[in-house]
Design a protein around this ligand. Structure first.
Ligand code: C5P
Length: 313
């Protein structure tokens, strides 16, 4: 039996701008993605049978072929049938720490870990670009999750330009346990409400992405200037998610009143994060917001930026 354990970090979006429509039905984006220390553990081992089995004790995570981790293993089976025949089936156990349907790429990072783990078990020796090429087929955030760190992402979110590491900042995440936002719903609603303002011309799309690349947020990241980063946080999806989920809006206001460097919803939400310069500031803000909104349904995590994607335990 061969086995590997991998750590799969979550991400937050420091910046998410929706530029326009794509011919494949997705949106053209420009994003700044940041890995954080909040992570799942993925254990992968070979089986003597020839099936793919996913185990997870989290009630909201499916254990069937709809799980993105299963899809990742199935993709590897299709791409490398000889290795699958040689090594046998796979058991994937997900130890969940990252909240589900939260805008933190929990499913995507699990899928990324499965690609990395199977590459190791089957001794394929795939390069990071090769793994990222496979990852594109599974979802827009999966290529980022392989390498992690601080990255400018364009296209669907799968074209990646790594930026200097930014691992000295902390975040407090807040999420209502019972709230989940559908990513397709958020994007479709955005298209319905704001589609009129989409950029149509390919050259203009490229120019806009390049402008963000040379713009103030990327400069603030290069300078590791936490207060500037905090002021420049941006997420277009807030425009549709906050009005539809007043609780999230209220949580965001409570974080804003707490004196954080900046506050933003991550991805399609509903997780809201407060950017902090130190662990003590993050702990203080956590306590303050917890006492302002006394709701047992509201969960918090205090965590740190990190510069890695999938790592082997
Ligand atoms: O790629 P992924 O499966 O994570 O995307 C989930 C959904 O988010 C897509 O089905 C689509 O509705 C929306 N999306 C989009 N444009 C992107 C990324 C995601 O419209 N660039």
């Amino acid at each position: 039996m061969q086995s590997y354990s991998l750590i799969a970090p979550a991400k937050i979006n420091l910046y998410l701008e929706i530029l326009g429509d794509r011919s494949d039905g997705y949106h053209e984006l420009v994003m700044l993605l940041q890995s954080i220390d909040l992570a799942d553990q993925i254990d992968i081992r070979t089986l003597t049978t020839d099936n793919i089995q996913v185990n997870c004790d989290h009630p909201q995570v499916p254990q069937d072929e709809t799980n993105l981790a299963y899809k990742a293993a199935n993709l590897m089976r299709k791409q490398f049938p000889d290795a699958f025949a040689q090594f046998g089936g796979l058991e994937i156990t997900i130890k969940k720490q990252i909240p589900v349907a939260a805008g933190l790429a929990g499913g995507s990072t699990n899928a990324a870990a499965v690609l990395v783990g199977i590459d190791l078990i089957w001794q394929l020796g795939l390069t990071q670009p090769e793994l990222q090429e496979l990852a594109r087929e599974l979802g827009s955030d999966v290529p980022f999750c392989i390498a992690g760190g601080t990255v400018l992402a364009t296209g669907r979110g799968e074209e990646l330009s790594p930026l200097p590491d930014l691992d000295s900042l902390y975040v407090v995440l807040g999420k209502y346990n019972s709230l989940a936002v559908s990513t397709p719903w958020a994007y479709q609603t955005y298209r319905f409400e704001f589609g009129d303002s989409y950029i149509q011309d390919t050259e203009d799309l490229e120019a806009r992405a390049a402008k963000v690349h040379s713009g103030p947020m990327v400069k603030a990241i290069a300078n590791k200037d936490g207060s500037q980063i905090g002021q420049l946080l941006h997420n277009d999806l807030e425009k549709v998610v906050l009005p539809a989920y007043p609780q999230v809006s209220h949580l965001r206001e409570a974080f804003e009143d707490s004196g954080a460097l900046g506050v933003m919803m991550s991805g399609s939400g509903p997780t809201v994060f407060a950017l902090c310069e130190s662990l003590s500031q993050a702990q203080e803000i956590h306590q303050q917001v917890r006492s302002t909104i006394d709701d047992p349904d509201l969960d918090f995590w205090v965590t740190k930026f990190c510069s890695n994607g999938i790592t082997i335990v």
